[in-house]
Design a protein around this ligand. Structure first.
Ligand SMILES: NC(=O)c1ccc[n+]([C@@H]2O[C@H](COP(=O)([O-])OP(=O)(O)OC[C@H]3O[C@@H](n4cnc5c(N)ncnc54)[C@H](OP(=O)(O)O)[C@@H]3O)[C@@H](O)[C@H]2O)c1
Length: 468
């Protein structure tokens, strides 16, 4: 405050004022206040902040290792909980000898830790542990998408009731800060749509198939690399992505969706020929989790069009640039337009960084503004152009019959693609439609499936429109 005199202010008051300005500047810069205990309010964790880890697996072990870095000198790992913990302890070499290794959750809950980091996964018994931790006044950081998708609203209410923080920045897109980005960067906007690639396994498979590999071969490779489970259903059939979509819908659109009501479609029926035809349409194929707000703002119960499916994506879209296990999420805001989040969606280190960033936020006591969440019904009927791939025993009149089935259901054909070089007794060809609800297209497909020239169930994929 140069050039102004301060005649009635005592040196003590000036000192206090300086402290307040320094405090404000530090907050603005997002710097940790952990070393300045004089400014901590009653809810701030003490210094060092004491942390217990539940789960010493891929992410948990990486979090424990990275906590030894100097950046985290204000955070002390005091307990590690895991079943059969002796084998985990024997394999760990960078963990301080002061850390207590335990198989007893009661020992953790009864301890004086400030924060519990939940990295075991699953809903049961994890939900009970998280509830108990919040009720006992502990902050919770978790990467558990199933828990947050299914029980997030209740758990966040419980956290608010106990004036504790429940942060879950790693639960969607691992190391990509989609959740903090939405909460802290664009929550002032009215977000009307989300389209995301949020399952790295599916993206790995589809982006390899794009270069000519078969589904079975890439799935086996993904399993060999540890990207896909022995039973890959949660990934390839879309259940993992829909849990994440429900979390994103809650924080971006303030709606609570029941994951079980969001339709999913498997990627396992995609064939190499679909990429050939997709390229002819200047598109590629990606597993897309999509939600669009449809009802008016003032509706008591909102309606959200939501679906997880392999979709045709224009090659110019940021979604098409996602390769390998990369995740990409595009949000559309009424005022701010499109925002793209992209990066490494999984893996020990990227996910651990998201977890540790949440821990730093707890240490900084960085409360997020809670927005009211509305009940919502899911409408799985996406209005979009559709890609239909048929495999037929060729004969005259087939296109006429399919066009008739589409017209009877209320859909219009936009284009017909037939590549040369395939045998007539097993001919793949593609019809694209004008924009129609998926249910209309599925009705026509059901009719075509019963026609005797159809050799396998037709493939039906929504198409994302190119930007004008
Ligand atoms: N890995 C990623 O890239 C990634 C990305 C984003 C989010 N996440 C989420 O992060 C969490 C952890 O994932 P992760 O990949 O680290 O899993 P993980 O490797 O399977 O580790 C889980 C750990 O928790 C232990 N555990 C599981 N259930 C337990 C129980 N009931 N009692 C005691 N210990 C139990 C496991 O012990 P055992 O060794 O005996 O099984 C294992 O050590 C999950 O919620 C996951 O969805 C992971």
């Amino acid at each position: 405050v140069h050039g102004r005199s301060t005649p009635n202010v005592s040196p003590t008051e000036i000192l206090q004022l300086r402290r307040q300005i320094a405090f404000f500047v530090q907050q603005q810069k997002g710097l940790s206040l952990m070393s300045d205990s004089t400014h901590q309010n009653s809810n701030s964790p003490r210094t060092p902040m004491r942390v217990a880890l539940l789960g010493y697996g891929t992410v948990g072990a990486t979090v424990a290792r990275l906590l030894t870095e100097p950046t985290f000198s204000g955070i002390e790992l005091t307990h590690i909980f895991n079943r059969n913990v002796a084998r985990k302890q024997a394999a760990a070499n960078s963990i301080a000898s002061s850390v207590v290794w335990t198989e007893s959750i009661d020992q953790i809950l009864g301890s004086d830790v400030d924060v519990i980091v939940e990295l075991t996964g699953g809903v049961d018994p994890t939900e009970h542990w998280v509830r108990a931790a919040l009720e006992k006044g502990k902050h919770v950081v978790t990467a558990n998408k199933q828990l947050i998708a299914l029980r997030g609203t209740d758990l966040l209410a419980l956290a608010a009731e106990h004036d504790r923080q429940l942060l879950y920045g790693a639960a969607v897109a691992g190391g990509v800060p989609v959740i903090p980005g939405i909460l802290q960067g664009i929550s002032a906007d009215r977000i009307t749509a989300i389209s995301g690639i949020v399952n790295g396994t599916c993206n790995f498979i589809l982006s390899k198939m794009e270069n000519g590999a078969s589904y079975a071969d890439v799935l086996a490779e993904a399993q060999g690399l540890g990207y896909a489970e022995a039973d890959p259903s949660a990934d390839v059939d879309g259940y993992d992505a829909r849990a994440k979509l429900c979390i994103l819908a809650r924080i971006a659109m303030h709606v609570q969706l029941d994951p079980n009501t969001v339709p999913t479609q498997t990627i396992s029926t995609i064939d190499a020929i679909d990429f050939t035809y997709a390229h002819d349409l200047n598109c590629t194929i990606r597993q897309i989790a999509q939600a669009r707000l449809t009802a008016a703002d003032d509706a008591e119960t909102k309606t959200v069009q939501a679906r997880v499916a392999p979709m045709l994506v224009p090659r110019s879209s940021p979604l098409a640039f996602s390769r390998g296990t990369q995740n990409t999420v595009v949000t559309t805001g009424q005022f701010g337009g499109d925002v793209v989040f992209s990066g490494r969606g999984a893996g020990g280190e990227p996910t651990a960084i998201a977890v540790l960033s949440d821990l730093l936020a707890v240490a900084q006591n960085a409360h997020q503004t809670a927005m009211p969440v509305h009940a919502a019904t899911v409408d799985g009927d996406l209005a979009a152009p559709h890609y239909l791939r048929f495999v037929v025993d060729d004969r005259p009149g087939i296109v006429f019959a399919i066009a008739g089935a589409l017209a009877a259901a209320g859909a219009n054909i936009d284009s017909l693609l037939q590549r040369p070089g395939y045998p007539k007794h097993r001919l793949p060809f593609v019809i694209t439609t004008e924009s129609s609800p998926t249910s209309v297209i599925e009705r026509a497909i059901a009719t075509v499936s019963r026609m005797d020239f159809t050799l396998e169930p037709p493939l039906c994929l929504p198409m994302i429109a190119a930007e004008p």
